[in-house]
Design a protein. Structure first.
Length: 578
């Protein structure tokens, strides 16, 4: 038996322990071989943090805040601004017994849901200090709990809409520069990012948001038109709250609380259902039926005719199964008492979406410019574009926002738009006189076409008779022979069209997109320079007033001009945010 010294004196074989002799000068001494890890088996913690030079992407919305690193397909976190997220440290009320069964306070429609919003576009009466505190708390929570990185000294990319009031934009930039000491902030537009991440240069972006639905025309990565309407998810959630309140009252559980006489007179403007309950039901149960289906109201199963498009009164056979699943009752917790349940037909959950986004029984002339239905707003946006831009954008319609996730809504909007274009065409004039004129023109055009067809038939018959007579008398001349195909020319044409993809234009078509945050992650990762890049020192010196209002907002480097002022050379521009 070998001793311990003799065992360690042995020289290991190169076949059993390869590569051992070059690790240390003395291979006979005991040692641990070096371990190398393959990239496919790395620990997730090694690649969790982003590189130090990668910017951080922040997306600010009306109700949510998203944060993450560049190069990733989804944000690391998505935070809200509700009352539960705004509680102070040590506030444990939501864990008290009976807190979930408490009576909800009745709210008026005007301020229903204001506690769940970061801002609103109407800044009158808006506390900018509170907005800045909410932004600071959300950013700090994202950094400490989800990103796990120090953002001081790192550049930040902020995704905000271009049509934003300057006080709100100043509150965002001031909070980032003052409380987090970022050296620079780059602003990016959500419609442009949604277009870029879809692999397009031009599109029509329909953003179904919380307060507004914005339709933006993008051509060569530039915003060429923008229209908006108040028909958005807030109105859908409000209609869902009324639906729950009505069914709860009909089934014996009244959610109304005793109020004084002044509130009884204005009872139509008061909502008893909490926003959290209505939004939960909307997220889980809301859907939109196809254009050929009927719309069942909550109180009676009667078809509703919208102001723009008349819905068929007969139920299509392909939508109704033998079990009639659309009328199956759905059991959900009662808004007034979560321990009890109410029964609502499944078809009734489509009514709030169709009434809020697609219109009701009111006529078009009774709607304001900011109350247009979604398909009519899309049509008006396409109508305002030049013909060549319209042909490109109508074939690349992108639906984004939280409301675009409602099942059946995208297809319904495309069908309504196709039907509306088929009825009206691209004529901007509307009204009874215009419809009568259009009817007369169709009659005149029909008569003219009928005459032209008859004349063409007579000429064709005459030519065929002449040709038959000519063939009987003489042979066919070479000038009347059909053209022989040239294989060389066809080969050249095929070689020219080999690398060119066919361009789709002039038809109504929808395109999928990953969203604005994914677009910002892609563009920042490939080092695309933004139009608006704000330095910290320049902003803290004069705020937004130090920005230049240039007519040209291109991101391409401009030629240096001789200017005596050093401040002009280091200036910055707000671009489309000006």
């Amino acid at each position: 038996m070998a001793t311990a010294a003799g065992y360690f004196d042995r020289k290991p074989s190169s076949t059993t322990r390869p590569g051992l002799s070059h690790l240390q000068p003395n291979p006979s001494s005991p040692h641990t071989p070096q371990r190398t890890f393959s990239s496919a088996f790395n620990s997730p913690s090694l690649s969790y943090r982003a590189p130090e030079d990668e910017p951080i992407i922040f997306e600010f919305g009306n109700r949510h805040f998203s944060a993450g690193f560049a190069g990733e397909s989804a944000p690391r976190c998505r935070l809200g601004f509700g009352p539960e997220e705004s509680r102070r440290v040590g506030d444990y009320r939501k864990w008290l017994p009976g807190y979930g069964d408490r009576r909800r306070k009745r709210r008026r429609i005007d301020d229903w849901g204001d506690d769940y919003e970061l801002w609103r576009m109407d800044v009158r009466g808006l506390d900018m200090g509170l907005v800045g505190d909410k932004i600071e708390r959300a950013v700090r929570e994202a950094i400490t709990k989800h990103l796990l990185i120090d953002i001081r000294g790192k550049k930040v990319v902020v995704v905000v809409p271009t049509l934003m009031p300057h006080p709100l934009l100043s509150a965002i930039l001031g909070t980032l520069f003052t409380n987090f000491q970022n050296p620079g902030v780059t602003l990016l537009s959500p419609p442009v990012l949604s277009t870029a991440v879809a692999g397009l240069t031009s599109a029509l972006v329909v953003d179904v948001g919380w307060r507004e639905t914005v339709v933006t025309g993008i051509y060569d990565y530039r915003e060429v038109s923008e229209k908006r309407t108040t028909r958005a998810m807030r109105m859908v959630t409000l209609e869902m709250a009324r639906l729950l309140e009505r069914h709860d009252a009909e089934q014996g559980t009244d959610v109304r609380m005793p109020v004084d006489a002044s509130e009884e007179e204005a009872d139509n403007g008061i909502v008893a259902v909490d926003l959290e309950q209505a939004e939960e039901v909307t997220t889980r149960m809301a859907w939109c039926r196809s254009r050929s289906g009927t719309v069942a109201t909550p109180s009676q199963d009667l078809p509703v005719k919208f102001g723009l498009v008349s819905i068929a009164e007969e139920e299509p056979k392909n939508l109704v199964s033998s079990g009639d699943f659309k009328d199956a009752p759905i059991s959900i917790p009662s808004p007034s008492s979560p321990r009890q349940s109410i029964q609502i037909p499944f078809s009734a959950f489509a009514w709030p979406v169709e009434r809020a986004l697609l219109g009701d029984s009111r006529k078009n002339h009774n709607l304001d410019d900011d109350e247009q239905t979604l398909h009519r707003l899309i049509y008006r946006s396409l109508l305002s574009l030049p013909p060549d831009v319209r042909a490109v954008c109508m074939s690349r319609i992108i639906f984004t926002g939280g409301g675009s996730n409602i099942p059946g809504l995208k297809k319904r909007l495309l069908d309504e738009l196709l039907n509306y274009v088929g009825k009206r065409g691209w004529d901007p004039v509307e009204g009874k006189a215009a419809d009568e004129r259009r009817r007369r023109l169709r009659e005149v055009s029909g008569n003219r076409q009928r005459k032209e067809v008859e004349e063409a038939q007579r000429k064709a018959m005459k030519r065929s008779m002449d040709k038959e007579a000519l063939e009987e008398n003489t042979s066919v001349p070479a000038s009347l022979e059909p053209q022989l195909p040239d294989p060389i020319e066809e080969k050249i044409r095929r070689e020219q069209d080999k690398g060119i993809k066919p361009t789709v234009s002039g038809v109504i078509r929808g395109v999928e997109s990953l969203g604005a945050w994914a677009g910002a992650s892609l563009l920042v990762k490939v080092r695309i320079k933004g139009v608006v890049e704000i330095e910290r020192d320049a902003f803290l010196q004069h705020g937004l007033a130090s920005a230049r209002r240039d007519a040209d907002t291109s991101a391409a480097p401009q030629k240096a001009m001789a200017r005596p002022s050093i401040g002009w050379q280091t200036g910055w521009t707000l671009g489309p945010w000006a």
